[in-house]
Ligand binder design. Structure first.
Ligand SMILES: Nc1ncnc2c1ncn2[C@@H]1O[C@H](COP(=O)(O)OP(=O)(O)OP(=O)(O)O)[C@@H](O)[C@H]1O
Ligand SMILES: [Mg+2]
Length: 275
């Protein structure tokens, strides 16, 4: 089966994957965007970056956001993270502030891996006596159990992103926002981190919104792929990826879906700058 356009994410019963991971039925959305518009600068003739985005992310759902460079993917993530406000429309995140992870790990280089995670725990109000053990537990989750004392420069790019993930988990988020977090890594490290991310997502019951340029990455990870149109960014199309995890990228269903999404993305990229 190839992809299919779907109407409303919450009305859909998505295939649960990895032992119960996936959208939780019967609860409200983890993230709700209602008619969100964003224009930078003073209101006026400036062209909007995002136009009329309405999107629900269910609790436990894994959504990938694709779109041409400059179509507003990072802007959308920043709005959901609460780093900026929509010009119009509303954004609800009932479970509290989401955690955000970028392409650059943004770890503090003068601190060890463990201290970077502990800092996030401190900001969350975890008592000092508990921070060390909790940081170790979180580093174990991302399979960096022995790295507590290592400084950032002693870690590989993949290890740094694992620490960044542990630090994000230290915020005990209900929603994890990821902006091309593995784009700077080599293909093999990226594949390993995909598996790790799916394991962590399934284990922690998080909702994940993951921005990528890479269609293969999107269909490998997501339960739903959302394609934004070229500027102004609108929801152009959505596909459900009803293939259980762990997924094999060579599988016929994924390959067909990958091609279909790539064709649509190419169309959007070719439109970019013309409107
Ligand atoms: N703070 C800002 N002030 C003014 N313009 C901005 C600001 N942030 C983003 N923009 C503009 O909004 C548009 C969308 O930017 P955004 O970073 O969201 O795109 P993107 O889809 O994430 O692109 P990429 O795939 O290259 O990361 C761009 O034209 C950018 O210049
Ligand atoms: Mg971006």
């Amino acid at each position: 089966m190839t992809g299919m356009a779907i109407a409303t994410p919450l009305s859909r019963t998505a295939a649960a994957s990895l032992d119960g991971a996936g959208p939780v039925a019967g609860t409200g959305p983890a993230v709700r965007l209602t008619h969100v518009h964003k224009t930078f600068g003073r209101p006026g003739p400036a062209a909007p970056v995002l136009e009329d985005i309405s999107l629900d992310i269910a609790p436990g759902e894994f959504v990938c956001l694709l779109g041409a460079s400059g179509c507003g993917k990072s802007t959308l993530l920043n709005l959901v993270a609460g780093l900026d406000r929509p010009t119009q429309g509303s954004i609800e995140v009932p479970g509290g502030r989401p955690a955000l992870m970028f392409q650059e790990h943004a770890l503090l280089p003068w601190l060890t891996a463990g201290r970077n995670v502990e800092l996030a725990l401190r900001l969350r109000g975890v008592p000092r006596a508990e921070r060390r053990a909790e940081a170790e537990r979180l580093l174990e989750i991302v399979r960096l159990g022995g790295a507590h004392r290592k400084r950032v420069h002693e870690l590989s790019g993949g290890m740094r992103q694992r620490v960044a993930l542990a630090r994000a988990l230290a915020q005990a988020p209900k929603v994890l926002l990821m902006d091309e977090p593995f784009a700077a890594l080599d293909a093999i490290t990226r594949d390993v981190l995909h598996q790790e991310l799916i394991r962590v997502w399934a284990g922690q019951g998080l909702s994940v919104v993951f921005v990528t340029h890479d269609v293969r990455e999107a269909v490998h990870l997501a339960q739903r792929v959302v394609l934004l149109s070229s500027r102004p960014g609108r929801v152009a199309r959505e596909w459900a990826v009803d293939v259980p995890q762990p997924r094999r990228t060579e599988s016929a269903a994924l390959a067909g879906l990958c091609k279909e999404i790539t064709d649509q993305l190419r169309k959007e990229v070719s439109l970019h700058g013309r409107n």
